[in-house]
Design a protein around this ligand. Structure first.
Ligand code: MN
Length: 294
């Protein structure tokens, strides 16, 4: 029998802000300084749900760089387009996930997608930052564009509870994304009344992010919106009861036991590496976006 993980704490966002003019986010960490307890994850921003009026101006985040880690964008409602200095472009639609390994450097923009801008509507997304180990921080960038259709899923009961395996391996269902270090990332939807025994591989830091709903764990109720439950690394299972239809992002991973040095969009191991990243961006070594007519 699997040993249960212990619920350590439940936190709410400690910081809300706009990313560019398109993403009103609540930050779960590092505004809660979870540090090594949530490694290899560096940041979780929950954007929306927020209703945007129809417009003719694409809102979002303009040109900016990243180096040394990965950005994982998960769309729940609304669509976001992106393009980068290497000529990659695409759209992240509801149910899709973009796993971008910035590694040695990406310069990109993330803007509301054209049809969504025209129609308006509700935007709801998560952006998760995943650290890379020293050995991969300067690798070539990589994109994994997972459409809803190529994210494996499994039914959990007859009421409609479901798990989508974004990365990792759940019950012999391999996830849609390849990861550099061992990571499990699941989109879990539990229907009211469901009881689910979630298995997590040993030695992984683990958190559940409740987007909305009501769940109980170890007799403790977690309900409402945007609550993050942090668990002990030891143990391999979490028994979740759902008191209401609930949407949960399960994040688990083996910690990366290295120094973390961060300056804005760069995450390296040391300050000299950060200064090099700033210099490489300024001197154009990460490239620039080609202007588009608007
Ligand atoms: Mn970005």
């Amino acid at each position: 029998m699997n040993k249960p993980k212990r619920l350590l704490r439940v936190v709410e966002s400690q910081s809300a802000y706009w990313v560019g003019d398109g993403f009103p986010v609540r930050n779960l960490f590092p505004s809660n300084p979870l540090g090594a307890d949530i490694s290899p994850f560096l940041m979780l921003d929950y954007a929306g749900p927020h209703e945007f009026a129809p417009s003719d101006k694409a809102r979002g985040g303009g040109e900016h760089p990243h180096r040394g880690f990965e950005t994982v964008s998960i769309a729940y409602q609304g669509s976001v387009g992106h393009r980068d200095s290497a000529g990659n472009a695409g759209v992240i639609r509801p149910g899709d996930v973009q796993w971008m390994t910035a590694a040695s450097g990406v310069v990109h923009e993330e803007l509301h997608e054209a049809d969504f801008v025209k129609r308006g509507g509700v935007l709801e997304m998560i952006q998760l930052w995943v650290n890379l180990p020293r050995s991969h921080k300067m690798s070539a960038p990589r994109y994994q564009s997972l459409t809803s259709a190529n994210i494996p899923n499994a039914k959990l009961d007859e009421q409609g509870s479901e798990i989508r395996i974004i990365a990792g391996n759940w019950n012999d269902h391999p996830g849609g994304a390849q990861t550099v270090t061992p990571i499990e990332l699941y989109d879990l939807r539990l229907k009211k009344g469901a009881h689910f025994d979630l298995k997590i591989p040993a030695a992984m830091n683990t958190a559940l992010f409740l987007l909305k709903g009501a769940i109980s764990i170890e007799g403790k109720s977690i309900e409402g919106e945007a609550k993050l439950a942090l668990f002990s690394m030891t143990g391999e299972s979490i028994m979740i009861g759902a008191q209401a239809d609930s949407t949960i992002l399960v994040l688990a991973g083996e910690p990366i036991d290295e120094p973390v040095a961060q300056m804005g969009p760069f995450v390296m191991n040391s300050r000299p590496e950060l200064l090099q990243a700033v210099e490489d961006y300024r001197s154009g070594k990460m490239g620039h976006l080609t202007p588009t007519p608007r």
